[in-house]
Design a protein around this ligand. Structure first.
Ligand SMILES: [Zn+2]
Length: 444
């Protein structure tokens, strides 16, 4: 209630704030899910209400009016303790501000919120403790409730964090990759499908009442990964340093389409053979080497490392490739440029074979072949035409301001070589992020 009053006060005091401030909480192919944080109102009994919406890339036809709509706004009620969500009202908009129709839900139904869904992201925004103090209070309450068991778990957790922090310190700042969104959940997000009662039971059975406050608290202690709690949907919430992963408007990867075909300045590659180290950093296989530089628009970027994702993170007109190699470069002013080489099934790739021949036996370990060198130029296709856009690191902290140079012509990698990587990393690709209004250029 306090929050509701505050929001009303702010809206009156600062009219600009009265307009919904939509914030992205999840994006999947074809749509994004947003919340109006100013609308979050805490009611009695662990219940909160908030407005959320699904924004589709392309309009769809409304069966009731035969007109089309692109935005579905929902007034939702969240039961934070029960982990359920019910939609009270839906508004369909043709476009921003162009209401098509509204409907009240006659018999709101409490749907269980499943982990990893856009609903889950909305739920976390609405139900998470509002301050560090509240989080601590909520966590300690839970700890009291479950007594010694919780204490043991906390200790284990602390030990785990300590270990992760140590690992992080040891690691060189690896630029990694992300995971595919679990299959489309539009239906769940818009609540068009009424779940069978049995599902609710199953859900409760699977997640006995530890309470959401505790799980939100535990969230901060999870290391990022490509699936489950630490997966791409949650990166932005794992650490304040990862906020850009959720709120950034220039995130990578993207589905590359609608580029403008122009005469792009050729990338000047000045690569050379060099000694190398092969590191398995727990997110990918990464090869570090002082292998020369690239120059573009009067700026020189030194090659630091290259690493791999499976499948390719970048899509071209909706299509992803078997794998991709990301060659990460840094200029003297700290700016990053990443050259992406798409890899598709075909013949054996000699450079990749050299890397695979020197894979570390264990994660967080590295191999430094004493007398071998690699020429990074061997990774490049003969044609150097490319797509370019401004984006981000594709792994936490998802920092923006990264110049992406995606070579159009894929290189080949053999089925056996693909299988080797798949044994280590079955999927280490962040799903495509919304392009928003970014300009994409391509060599014509
Ligand atoms: Zn990468």
């Amino acid at each position: 209630m306090r929050v509701k009053l505050l929001a009303a006060f702010l809206a009156a005091a600062f009219p600009a704030l009265a307009a919904a401030a939509w914030q992205l909480v999840a994006s999947e192919q074809g749509k994004r899910v947003e919340i109006d944080r100013a609308s979050i109102a805490i009611e009695a009994g662990g219940v909160s209400t908030a407005r959320g919406r699904v924004v589709l890339d392309k309009p769809i036809v409304d069966a009731k009016t035969s007109a089309s709509y692109r935005i579905i706004e929902m007034s939702n009620r969240f039961n934070c303790a029960e982990r359920t969500l019910s939609t009270l009202k839906r508004s369909y908009f043709k476009e921003e501000g162009e209401l098509l129709r509204q409907e009240e839900v006659k018999a709101p139904f409490d749907m269980p919120v499943r982990s990893g869904t856009p609903d889950d992201n909305l739920f976390r925004e609405v139900c998470r403790p509002k301050s560090k103090g509240e989080a601590a209070a909520a966590a300690s309450k839970t700890a009291e409730r479950v007594g010694e068991v919780a204490g043991e778990l906390r200790k284990l957790n602390e030990a785990m964090i300590e270990k992760e922090v140590k690992k992080d310190l040891q690691r060189s700042s690896a630029h990694g990759a992300p995971a595919p969104a679990p299959a489309a959940r539009t239906a769940a997000a818009t609540h068009d499908v009424k779940p069978a009662p049995a599902r609710r039971k199953t859900h409760r059975g699977a997640e006995p009442g530890a309470g959401h406050a505790a799980s939100a608290h535990a969230h901060a202690q999870i290391h990022w990964s490509y699936e489950g709690e630490g997966g791409p949907q949650n990166w932005g919430r794992l650490s304040t340093e990862y906020a850009a992963c959720a709120s950034g408007k220039r995130q990578s990867p993207i589905d590359i389409r609608d580029g403008i075909g122009v005469d792009l300045e050729p990338i000047q590659f000045a690569y050379r053979a060099a000694n190398f180290r092969v590191l398995d950093n727990g997110h990918t296989i990464q090869v570090a080497l002082a292998g020369g530089s690239i120059s573009l628009l009067g700026k020189t970027y030194q090659l630091l490392q290259f690493h791999f994702h499976r499948p390719s993170e970048e899509q071209v007109n909706g299509k992803s490739f078997d794998m991709v190699a990301h060659m990460v470069h840094k200029a003297d002013d700290g700016k990053l440029a990443v050259v992406a080489v798409l890899l598709e099934k075909g013949g054996e790739h000699p450079l990749i074979q050299t890397v695979w021949n020197n894979l570390p036996l264990e994660k967080n370990d590295e191999v430094i072949p004493p007398s071998l060198t690699l020429d990074p130029g061997q990774l490049l296709p003969d044609s150097r035409s490319y797509y370019t856009y401004m984006g981000s690191l594709t792994t936490p902290p998802c920092s923006e301001g990264v110049l992406w140079l995606v070579l159009k012509k894929p290189q080949q990698i053999s089925p056996e070589q693909l299988a080797v990587f798949a044994r280590l990393y079955k999927n280490n690709a962040r799903p495509p992020q919304p392009a928003f209004d970014r300009l994409i250029k391509e060599s014509r």
